[in-house]
Design a protein around this ligand. Structure first.
Ligand code: IPM
Ligand code: MN
Length: 370
Protein backbone atom coordinates (compact mmCIF):
# COMPACT_ATOMS: atom_id res chain seq x y z
CA UNK A 1 0.00 0.00 0.00
CA UNK A 2 1.54 3.33 -1.06
CA UNK A 3 1.59 5.88 1.73
CA UNK A 4 -0.57 8.98 1.38
CA UNK A 5 1.48 12.12 1.91
CA UNK A 6 -0.23 14.47 4.33
CA UNK A 7 1.09 17.94 5.07
CA UNK A 8 -0.15 19.27 8.41
CA UNK A 9 -0.20 23.03 8.92
CA UNK A 10 -1.65 23.59 12.41
CA UNK A 11 -1.06 27.37 12.42
CA UNK A 12 -1.94 29.66 15.33
CA UNK A 13 -4.32 29.89 18.27
CA UNK A 14 -6.40 26.75 18.69
CA UNK A 15 -5.03 25.35 15.40
CA UNK A 16 -2.33 23.19 17.06
CA UNK A 17 -4.78 21.89 19.70
CA UNK A 18 -7.41 20.73 17.25
CA UNK A 19 -4.74 19.38 14.86
CA UNK A 20 -3.33 17.28 17.71
CA UNK A 21 -6.62 15.36 17.77
CA UNK A 22 -6.46 14.75 14.02
CA UNK A 23 -2.96 13.37 14.49
CA UNK A 24 -4.36 10.90 16.98
CA UNK A 25 -7.05 9.88 14.49
CA UNK A 26 -4.34 9.41 11.85
CA UNK A 27 -2.20 7.34 14.23
CA UNK A 28 -5.22 5.22 15.06
CA UNK A 29 -5.92 4.59 11.36
CA UNK A 30 -2.26 3.76 10.69
CA UNK A 31 -2.13 1.36 13.63
CA UNK A 32 -5.35 -0.34 12.64
CA UNK A 33 -4.18 -0.77 9.04
CA UNK A 34 -6.96 1.37 7.52
CA UNK A 35 -4.37 3.10 5.38
CA UNK A 36 -0.83 4.29 5.46
CA UNK A 37 -0.41 7.97 6.10
CA UNK A 38 2.99 9.68 6.05
CA UNK A 39 2.87 12.98 7.89
CA UNK A 40 4.94 16.12 7.53
CA UNK A 41 4.31 19.22 9.58
CA UNK A 42 5.22 22.89 9.07
CA UNK A 43 4.55 26.37 10.40
CA UNK A 44 2.12 28.78 8.77
CA UNK A 45 0.68 32.14 9.78
CA UNK A 46 1.78 34.14 12.79
CA UNK A 47 4.00 31.41 14.25
CA UNK A 48 5.81 31.18 10.90
CA UNK A 49 6.23 34.95 10.85
CA UNK A 50 7.78 34.78 14.33
CA UNK A 51 10.22 32.07 13.24
CA UNK A 52 11.06 33.16 9.67
CA UNK A 53 9.62 36.65 9.10
CA UNK A 54 7.14 35.36 6.49
CA UNK A 55 3.62 33.91 6.73
CA UNK A 56 4.68 30.80 4.81
CA UNK A 57 8.14 29.67 3.65
CA UNK A 58 9.18 28.64 0.12
CA UNK A 59 10.00 25.18 1.48
CA UNK A 60 6.50 24.76 2.81
CA UNK A 61 5.01 25.97 -0.48
CA UNK A 62 7.07 23.30 -2.28
CA UNK A 63 5.95 20.64 0.21
CA UNK A 64 2.35 21.75 -0.22
CA UNK A 65 2.62 21.30 -3.99
CA UNK A 66 3.98 17.78 -3.52
CA UNK A 67 1.51 16.62 -0.86
CA UNK A 68 -1.53 14.46 -1.59
CA UNK A 69 -3.51 16.35 1.00
CA UNK A 70 -2.94 19.50 3.07
CA UNK A 71 -4.62 19.77 6.45
CA UNK A 72 -4.79 23.33 7.67
CA UNK A 73 -5.70 24.48 11.21
CA UNK A 74 -6.21 28.21 11.61
CA UNK A 75 -4.12 31.38 11.46
CA UNK A 76 -4.00 34.83 13.01
CA UNK A 77 -4.49 36.60 16.30
CA UNK A 78 -4.08 40.01 17.93
CA UNK A 79 -0.38 39.32 18.51
CA UNK A 80 0.27 39.93 14.81
CA UNK A 81 -1.97 42.97 14.30
CA UNK A 82 1.06 45.13 13.64
CA UNK A 83 3.01 42.97 11.14
CA UNK A 84 3.45 44.17 7.54
CA UNK A 85 0.28 43.60 5.48
CA UNK A 86 1.99 41.21 3.05
CA UNK A 87 3.19 38.99 5.89
CA UNK A 88 0.06 39.04 8.05
CA UNK A 89 -0.87 35.49 9.10
CA UNK A 90 -3.78 35.27 6.61
CA UNK A 91 -1.34 35.87 3.73
CA UNK A 92 0.00 32.34 4.20
CA UNK A 93 -3.42 30.82 3.65
CA UNK A 94 -4.26 33.09 0.74
CA UNK A 95 -0.98 32.24 -0.97
CA UNK A 96 -1.68 28.52 -0.63
CA UNK A 97 -5.15 28.94 -2.11
CA UNK A 98 -3.95 31.07 -5.02
CA UNK A 99 -0.72 29.28 -5.97
CA UNK A 100 -2.24 25.84 -5.65
CA UNK A 101 -5.26 26.94 -7.67
CA UNK A 102 -7.74 25.84 -5.00
CA UNK A 103 -10.71 27.55 -6.63
CA UNK A 104 -13.54 25.40 -5.27
CA UNK A 105 -14.28 25.72 -1.58
CA UNK A 106 -16.90 23.25 -0.38
CA UNK A 107 -18.39 24.21 2.98
CA UNK A 108 -21.10 21.80 4.08
CA UNK A 109 -23.43 22.97 6.84
CA UNK A 110 -24.92 19.90 8.47
CA UNK A 111 -26.95 20.06 11.66
CA UNK A 112 -26.31 16.93 13.70
CA UNK A 113 -29.59 15.77 15.33
CA UNK A 114 -28.02 16.02 18.79
CA UNK A 115 -27.16 19.68 18.21
CA UNK A 116 -30.44 21.10 16.94
CA UNK A 117 -30.95 22.82 20.29
CA UNK A 118 -27.54 24.53 20.27
CA UNK A 119 -28.50 26.66 17.28
CA UNK A 120 -29.75 30.16 17.95
CA UNK A 121 -32.62 29.35 15.57
CA UNK A 122 -35.65 27.23 16.40
CA UNK A 123 -35.23 23.46 16.26
CA UNK A 124 -37.68 23.01 13.38
CA UNK A 125 -35.75 25.51 11.25
CA UNK A 126 -32.40 23.69 11.50
CA UNK A 127 -33.15 20.08 12.40
CA UNK A 128 -31.95 17.81 9.59
CA UNK A 129 -30.28 20.69 7.75
CA UNK A 130 -27.78 19.53 5.13
CA UNK A 131 -26.65 22.19 2.66
CA UNK A 132 -23.41 23.14 0.93
CA UNK A 133 -22.01 26.61 0.48
CA UNK A 134 -19.77 26.40 -2.57
CA UNK A 135 -17.46 29.38 -2.48
CA UNK A 136 -15.22 30.54 -5.34
CA UNK A 137 -11.84 30.84 -3.65
CA UNK A 138 -9.14 32.19 -5.96
CA UNK A 139 -10.78 35.22 -7.58
CA UNK A 140 -12.96 38.20 -6.87
CA UNK A 141 -12.14 41.01 -4.52
CA UNK A 142 -9.70 38.89 -2.52
CA UNK A 143 -7.13 38.93 -5.30
CA UNK A 144 -8.26 41.58 -7.82
CA UNK A 145 -5.81 44.35 -8.73
CA UNK A 146 -5.44 47.21 -8.03
CA UNK A 147 -5.62 46.75 -4.29
CA UNK A 148 -4.20 49.91 -2.77
CA UNK A 149 -4.40 52.72 -0.27
CA UNK A 150 -3.28 56.02 -1.79
CA UNK A 151 -2.53 59.22 0.08
CA UNK A 152 -4.46 61.98 -1.69
CA UNK A 153 -2.29 64.64 -0.09
CA UNK A 154 -5.16 66.67 1.35
CA UNK A 155 -5.46 64.78 4.58
CA UNK A 156 -7.52 62.16 2.78
CA UNK A 157 -6.64 58.67 1.67
CA UNK A 158 -8.31 56.47 -0.92
CA UNK A 159 -8.61 52.71 -0.58
CA UNK A 160 -9.33 50.53 -3.58
CA UNK A 161 -10.19 46.84 -3.81
CA UNK A 162 -11.05 45.32 -7.14
CA UNK A 163 -13.78 42.79 -7.76
CA UNK A 164 -13.00 40.94 -10.99
CA UNK A 165 -14.21 37.69 -12.56
CA UNK A 166 -13.50 36.14 -15.94
CA UNK A 167 -15.92 33.79 -17.68
CA UNK A 168 -13.77 30.69 -17.11
CA UNK A 169 -13.64 31.28 -13.36
CA UNK A 170 -17.42 31.40 -13.13
CA UNK A 171 -17.85 28.42 -15.46
CA UNK A 172 -15.61 26.10 -13.49
CA UNK A 173 -17.12 26.89 -10.09
CA UNK A 174 -20.63 26.57 -11.57
CA UNK A 175 -19.73 23.10 -12.91
CA UNK A 176 -18.54 21.98 -9.48
CA UNK A 177 -21.82 23.22 -8.04
CA UNK A 178 -24.01 21.40 -10.57
CA UNK A 179 -22.00 18.21 -10.19
CA UNK A 180 -22.30 18.32 -6.40
CA UNK A 181 -26.04 18.94 -6.69
CA UNK A 182 -26.50 15.92 -8.96
CA UNK A 183 -25.24 13.70 -6.16
CA UNK A 184 -27.54 15.38 -3.64
CA UNK A 185 -30.98 16.96 -4.02
CA UNK A 186 -30.26 18.29 -7.50
CA UNK A 187 -30.76 21.99 -6.78
CA UNK A 188 -28.34 24.91 -7.20
CA UNK A 189 -28.91 28.44 -5.94
CA UNK A 190 -26.57 30.94 -7.57
CA UNK A 191 -26.03 34.19 -5.68
CA UNK A 192 -24.65 37.55 -6.75
CA UNK A 193 -25.54 41.27 -6.71
CA UNK A 194 -26.42 41.77 -10.38
CA UNK A 195 -28.55 44.73 -9.35
CA UNK A 196 -25.43 46.76 -8.47
CA UNK A 197 -22.33 44.92 -9.73
CA UNK A 198 -21.08 44.13 -13.22
CA UNK A 199 -19.42 41.00 -11.86
CA UNK A 200 -22.89 40.02 -10.66
CA UNK A 201 -24.35 40.50 -14.14
CA UNK A 202 -21.66 38.29 -15.70
CA UNK A 203 -21.88 35.72 -12.89
CA UNK A 204 -25.62 35.36 -13.41
CA UNK A 205 -25.28 35.09 -17.19
CA UNK A 206 -22.47 32.52 -17.15
CA UNK A 207 -24.08 30.27 -14.53
CA UNK A 208 -27.31 30.31 -16.58
CA UNK A 209 -25.36 29.37 -19.76
CA UNK A 210 -23.49 26.50 -18.10
CA UNK A 211 -26.81 25.28 -16.78
CA UNK A 212 -28.53 25.38 -20.17
CA UNK A 213 -25.61 23.82 -22.00
CA UNK A 214 -24.41 21.13 -19.60
CA UNK A 215 -26.77 20.61 -16.66
CA UNK A 216 -30.39 21.20 -17.76
CA UNK A 217 -31.48 18.33 -15.50
CA UNK A 218 -30.46 20.25 -12.36
CA UNK A 219 -32.85 22.79 -10.84
CA UNK A 220 -31.26 26.27 -10.89
CA UNK A 221 -32.44 29.38 -9.12
CA UNK A 222 -30.82 32.80 -8.76
CA UNK A 223 -30.93 34.85 -5.56
CA UNK A 224 -29.41 38.22 -4.79
CA UNK A 225 -26.71 37.65 -2.18
CA UNK A 226 -28.34 39.84 0.46
CA UNK A 227 -31.66 38.07 0.00
CA UNK A 228 -29.84 34.74 0.23
CA UNK A 229 -28.46 35.79 3.63
CA UNK A 230 -31.98 36.56 4.74
CA UNK A 231 -33.36 33.27 3.40
CA UNK A 232 -30.55 31.36 5.13
CA UNK A 233 -31.80 32.40 8.54
CA UNK A 234 -35.49 32.33 7.58
CA UNK A 235 -35.78 28.83 6.07
CA UNK A 236 -32.38 27.29 5.29
CA UNK A 237 -33.83 23.91 4.27
CA UNK A 238 -34.97 25.44 0.94
CA UNK A 239 -31.33 25.18 -0.20
CA UNK A 240 -29.17 22.33 -1.45
CA UNK A 241 -26.01 23.83 -3.01
CA UNK A 242 -25.46 27.60 -2.86
CA UNK A 243 -22.81 28.87 -5.30
CA UNK A 244 -21.21 32.20 -4.52
CA UNK A 245 -18.19 34.36 -5.20
CA UNK A 246 -15.26 34.64 -2.83
CA UNK A 247 -16.51 37.45 -0.59
CA UNK A 248 -20.21 36.55 -0.49
CA UNK A 249 -19.15 32.96 0.15
CA UNK A 250 -17.01 34.03 3.08
CA UNK A 251 -19.96 35.77 4.69
CA UNK A 252 -22.71 33.32 3.81
CA UNK A 253 -20.64 30.36 5.02
CA UNK A 254 -20.22 31.92 8.45
CA UNK A 255 -23.99 32.44 8.59
CA UNK A 256 -24.62 28.87 7.46
CA UNK A 257 -22.12 27.57 9.99
CA UNK A 258 -23.93 29.16 12.86
CA UNK A 259 -27.22 27.52 11.83
CA UNK A 260 -25.68 24.21 12.84
CA UNK A 261 -25.03 25.28 16.42
CA UNK A 262 -21.41 26.36 16.36
CA UNK A 263 -18.64 27.45 14.04
CA UNK A 264 -16.66 24.69 15.76
CA UNK A 265 -18.59 22.06 13.80
CA UNK A 266 -17.91 22.98 10.21
CA UNK A 267 -15.24 21.43 7.98
CA UNK A 268 -14.30 22.56 4.50
CA UNK A 269 -12.51 21.33 1.41
CA UNK A 270 -10.65 23.54 -1.07
CA UNK A 271 -10.05 21.78 -4.38
CA UNK A 272 -8.05 22.57 -7.49
CA UNK A 273 -8.68 21.50 -11.06
CA UNK A 274 -8.29 17.81 -11.86
CA UNK A 275 -5.06 17.15 -13.78
CA UNK A 276 -6.11 15.14 -16.85
CA UNK A 277 -2.82 13.19 -16.78
CA UNK A 278 -2.87 12.03 -13.17
CA UNK A 279 -6.63 12.37 -12.55
CA UNK A 280 -5.66 13.97 -9.26
CA UNK A 281 -6.22 17.45 -7.92
CA UNK A 282 -4.59 19.57 -5.26
CA UNK A 283 -6.60 19.78 -2.08
CA UNK A 284 -6.54 21.57 1.24
CA UNK A 285 -8.91 20.84 4.12
CA UNK A 286 -9.58 23.24 6.95
CA UNK A 287 -12.20 24.02 9.55
CA UNK A 288 -14.36 27.08 8.82
CA UNK A 289 -13.65 28.45 12.30
CA UNK A 290 -10.68 30.70 12.98
CA UNK A 291 -7.85 30.62 15.48
CA UNK A 292 -10.02 31.71 18.46
CA UNK A 293 -7.13 33.36 20.37
CA UNK A 294 -9.42 33.96 23.38
CA UNK A 295 -9.60 30.25 24.19
CA UNK A 296 -6.26 29.10 22.74
CA UNK A 297 -4.08 26.95 24.98
CA UNK A 298 -6.89 26.13 27.39
CA UNK A 299 -7.73 22.70 26.03
CA UNK A 300 -11.39 23.62 25.56
CA UNK A 301 -11.58 24.11 21.78
CA UNK A 302 -13.93 21.95 19.74
CA UNK A 303 -11.86 19.59 17.53
CA UNK A 304 -14.87 18.34 15.53
CA UNK A 305 -14.55 20.72 12.55
CA UNK A 306 -10.87 19.80 12.22
CA UNK A 307 -11.53 16.05 12.49
CA UNK A 308 -14.44 16.34 10.05
CA UNK A 309 -12.09 18.21 7.68
CA UNK A 310 -9.83 15.16 7.73
CA UNK A 311 -12.97 13.12 7.00
CA UNK A 312 -13.55 15.29 3.91
CA UNK A 313 -9.94 14.62 2.86
CA UNK A 314 -10.62 10.88 3.05
CA UNK A 315 -13.77 11.32 0.96
CA UNK A 316 -12.79 13.93 -1.62
CA UNK A 317 -9.07 13.26 -2.13
CA UNK A 318 -8.14 9.78 -1.02
CA UNK A 319 -11.07 7.75 -2.31
CA UNK A 320 -11.77 6.43 1.20
CA UNK A 321 -15.52 7.04 1.42
CA UNK A 322 -16.08 4.16 3.85
CA UNK A 323 -13.49 5.50 6.26
CA UNK A 324 -14.93 9.02 5.86
CA UNK A 325 -18.35 7.62 6.81
CA UNK A 326 -16.72 6.05 9.85
CA UNK A 327 -15.31 9.41 10.97
CA UNK A 328 -18.68 11.14 10.48
CA UNK A 329 -20.56 8.39 12.29
CA UNK A 330 -18.08 8.46 15.18
CA UNK A 331 -18.62 12.23 15.55
CA UNK A 332 -22.40 11.79 15.54
CA UNK A 333 -22.10 8.96 18.08
CA UNK A 334 -19.91 11.04 20.43
CA UNK A 335 -22.54 13.79 20.33
CA UNK A 336 -25.38 11.32 20.79
CA UNK A 337 -23.73 10.24 24.04
CA UNK A 338 -24.38 13.75 25.35
CA UNK A 339 -20.73 14.81 25.33
CA UNK A 340 -20.03 18.40 24.27
CA UNK A 341 -17.23 20.89 24.13
CA UNK A 342 -18.10 24.21 25.76
CA UNK A 343 -19.15 25.92 22.49
CA UNK A 344 -21.99 23.44 21.91
CA UNK A 345 -23.12 22.68 25.44
CA UNK A 346 -26.81 22.62 26.28
CA UNK A 347 -28.95 21.54 29.22
CA UNK A 348 -28.42 17.94 30.23
CA UNK A 349 -25.13 17.45 28.39
CA UNK A 350 -21.64 16.89 29.79
CA UNK A 351 -18.92 19.38 28.92
CA UNK A 352 -15.53 17.88 28.04
CA UNK A 353 -12.26 19.28 26.69
CA UNK A 354 -10.52 19.04 23.32
CA UNK A 355 -8.51 15.89 24.06
CA UNK A 356 -11.45 14.07 25.67
CA UNK A 357 -13.56 14.78 22.60
CA UNK A 358 -10.75 13.36 20.44
CA UNK A 359 -10.51 10.27 22.65
CA UNK A 360 -14.28 9.77 22.49
CA UNK A 361 -14.39 10.05 18.69
CA UNK A 362 -11.51 7.58 18.29
CA UNK A 363 -13.23 5.23 20.74
CA UNK A 364 -16.40 5.39 18.65
CA UNK A 365 -14.41 4.72 15.46
CA UNK A 366 -12.94 1.66 17.14
CA UNK A 367 -16.37 0.47 18.25
CA UNK A 368 -18.04 1.11 14.88
CA UNK A 369 -15.23 -0.56 12.94
CA UNK A 370 -15.38 -3.83 14.82
C1 IPM B 1 -12.10 31.87 5.85
C2 IPM B 1 -11.33 32.93 6.57
C3 IPM B 1 -10.29 33.51 5.63
C4 IPM B 1 -11.03 34.18 4.48
C5 IPM B 1 -9.28 34.47 6.27
C6 IPM B 1 -8.57 33.81 7.43
C7 IPM B 1 -8.30 34.99 5.27
O1 IPM B 1 -12.20 33.90 7.08
O2 IPM B 1 -11.48 30.91 5.36
O3 IPM B 1 -13.32 31.97 5.76
O4 IPM B 1 -11.45 35.35 4.59
O5 IPM B 1 -11.19 33.54 3.45
MN1 MN C 1 -14.34 33.46 6.78
Amino acid sequence: MAAHKLLLLPGDGIGPEVMAEVKRVIDFMNDRGFAQFAIEEALVGGCCYDAYGVAITEDTMANAKAADVILFGAVGGPKWDGVPYDQRPEAGLLRLRKELGLFANIRPAVCYPALADSSSLKREVVEGLDIIILRELTGGVYFGEPKTITDLGNGQKRAVDTQVYDTYEIERIARVGFELARKRRNKVTSTEKRNVMKTGVLWNEVVAQVHRREFPDVQLEHQLADACGMQLVRWPKQFDVIVCDNLFGDMLSDVAAMLTGSLGMLPSASLGEVDPKTAKNRALFEPVHGSAPDIAGKGVANPIAMIASFGMALRYSLGMGREADLVDQAIAAALAKGLRTADIKSDGTTVIGTAEMGTTIIGEMERLAT
